[in-house]
Design a protein around this ligand. Structure first.
Ligand code: SAH
Length: 213
């Protein structure tokens, strides 16, 4: 077996052992090479199940958390998805293989530009990336079947709840501090919102406004 194939097997094994078991999610994660989204000195560690630094002081999430969030969204091929927090673009790339259309926003122009470069190289033409404050969602494109937020807020932002279609699902980390957050899933029903808590996580904070870079 080549070294690459062996690394790939270990990567998938680590995902499964941490609860990423849904076949479509695993196959999307097998097809998107995480190394393309990690630059410089950290590229060597792309296949480790750990978050890594990216530009603008942000992080690319841990692969097992990407997988767990993806499967919690229960994406169908017809879904229109909003991601808040493009970061490296890794999560958006995985979503793009599962959904019809992915909108992703980040407050840093530089991260959006770099992520677009990778989406173009991979010919992922169903992703639209914007620089915007994602706490307001994307009213022009709403409603969304699924929403994923990859930065932590104290509570689910109201505009995002409002932009979720009835029957839709939103997955996001919430918490009062940088250290204690929990990943929650929100289901929008005819009569309101149902919340369940999935697991403890640690994400960078959701910050208001557009970044300087
Ligand atoms: N999903 C990313 C990881 C994102 S890290 C990946 O796969 O690599 C969280 C990102 O959220 C950071 O890039 C940060 O700039 C962004 N962010 C924080 N607050 C935001 C806001 N209000 N609107 C949009 N993006 C925001």
């Amino acid at each position: 077996m080549t070294e690459d194939a062996q690394r790939q097997m270990q990567f998938l094994y680590a995902l499964r052992s941490k609860g990423v078991t849904e076949a479509r999610t695993l196959s999307a994660m097998e097809r998107i090479d995480r190394a393309l989204f990690v630059r410089g000195i950290f590229a060597d560690r792309a296949y480790e199940d750990t978050p890594l630094p990216i530009a603008c002081g942000q992080t690319i999430s841990q692969p097992s958390v990407v997988g767990l969030m993806t499967q919690a969204l229960a994406i169908s091929p017809r879904d229109k998805v909003l991601e808040v927090g493009t970061g490296s673009g890794y999560q958006a790339a995985i979503l793009s293989l599962l959904a019809r259309r992915v909108y992703t926003v980040d407050r840093y122009k530089r991260l959006v530009a770099e992520a677009r470069g990778v989406f173009d190289a991979l010919k992922l033409t169903n992703i639209t990336a914007f620089t915007a404050d994602g706490s307001f969602g994307l009213p022009d494109q709403a409603p969304f079947d699924k929403i994923i937020v990859t930065a932590a807020a104290e509570d689910p932002p109201g505009p995002l709840l409002a932009q979720l279609r009835i029957g839709g699902i939103m997955v996001l980390p919430v918490g009062q501090s940088d250290t204690v957050q929990s990943l929650i899933r929100v289901n929008r029903t005819e009569s309101g919102f149902e919340y369940d808590e999935l697991r403890p996580v640690r994400f960078v904070p959701l910050v208001e406004g557009i970044g300087q870079d």
